[in-house]
Design a protein around this ligand. Structure first.
Ligand code: SD4
Length: 326
């Protein structure tokens, strides 16, 4: 399989977003014409390995739902990523608390929030969706449910993240740098060969947050929204701003009314920035994917990139940003 791995700067190249116009073909090998879609996987930030894993599963005919779960689990286990799963930065009391969501093409979703000591919150979220009559479990209840489903408890605070937290306790001067410390949540959208879309998002949230704080990531319509008739959207960045604007639901509704994924992401960012708020203090970024395999992305500050797997190729793509264009 041919692979490329390069940064494509859409803003500079001015070539518009990657479109996959020939997304749909027909398998004429049998008696019936079965539509075959060209799978697409997109992932926030530079999570190439996770995105490639999902993309290659899709190429093999695995469902979008399985692909997003398997893909984001890679970052949940990556102890170098201080915003997701094991190795994630703790809250200000030194506890790692995780939020995650998964949404299926049938419109169902599962999510967990404020979950401790479980390495793969996305898989617990999937169990909530598939094994309970509910959609969301939090804290101790989510933890007990995870144990009942066979998940093993584990200390998620690594030596390195404990050391950094202790430094923060001393300095308290710590100032998160936009695009780096505070933003490495993994959000993923997949379109499978049957043309179905699913998504997932998983995070340890903001470093040194107040105990009990939950961000946008596990909240339906904020961190993630999928409508299999239209497409999906996922968010990363300062959860409080995303929550206030129910941004991924907005993006999907804009696509429903005819906007491209790119236009929809831009309108959602503009909705945030036009409110009285100090833009220098936070980043927000969106990714969107529609049923034709077209993708879009937009953020406030330059510096957000995403991984795109399409037609067997893996690319890192630099997003357009509001502040670079103003
Ligand atoms: C949150 N949106 O908890 C998440 C943080 C994030 O990359 O996206 N980090 O607010």
């Amino acid at each position: 399989m041919k692979r490329r791995n390069f940064i494509r700067n859409i803003g500079i190249a001015g070539v518009g977003l990657p479109l996959i116009p020939n997304n749909l073909s027909f398998d004429l090998s049998g008696n019936k014409n079965i539509p075959v879609h060209s799978p697409v996987s997109i992932t926030t930030w530079n999570f190439q390995e996770a995105n490639r894993t999902a993309g290659e599963l899709l190429q093999k005919g695995i469902s979008a739902l399985d692909a997003v779960e398997q893909g984001v689990r890679i970052e949940e286990s990556n102890i170098k990523n201080h915003t997701v799963g094991k190795g994630g930065a703790p809250d200000r009391d030194g506890k790692v608390t995780l939020d995650a969501i998964i949404m299926a093409p049938n419109g169902n979703f599962g999510s967990v929030a404020f979950l401790e000591n479980i390495e793969h919150p996305v898989s617990v979220a999937r169990k909530v969706m598939e094994e309970t009559p509910h959609n969301m479990l939090v804290g101790e209840g989510a933890y007990q449910f995870a144990l009942s489903q066979g998940f093993e408890p584990e200390n998620l605070l690594t030596e390195e993240s404990e050391k950094q937290w202790k430094n923060w306790l001393v300095e308290k001067e710590y100032k998160p740098i936009i695009n780096i410390e505070n933003h490495d949540t993994i959000g993923m959208l997949c379109l499978d060969s049957k043309g179905d879309i699913a998504g997932a998002c998983t995070t340890s949230g903001l470093a040194y947050k107040m105990r009990g704080r939950v961000g946008d990531s596990p909240i339906i319509g904020s961190g993630l929204f999928i409508d299999n008739e239209v497409g999906g959207a996922v968010a990363t960045g300062l959860g409080e701003e995303i929550l206030k604007n129910v941004s991924t639901f907005l993006i999907v509704e804009l696509m429903r009314s005819g906007k491209s994924p790119q236009e929809a992401c831009e309108i959602a960012v503009e909705r945030i920035v036009k409110k009285p708020t100090d833009l220098k203090d936070f980043q927000v970024a969106f990714l969107a994917l529609n049923k034709n395999g077209e993708v879009g992305s937009y953020c406030i500050h330059p510096g957000f990139s995403y991984a795109l797997h399409s037609k067997g190729d893996e690319e890192a793509v630099q997003s357009k940003s509001y502040l670079a264009e103003k």
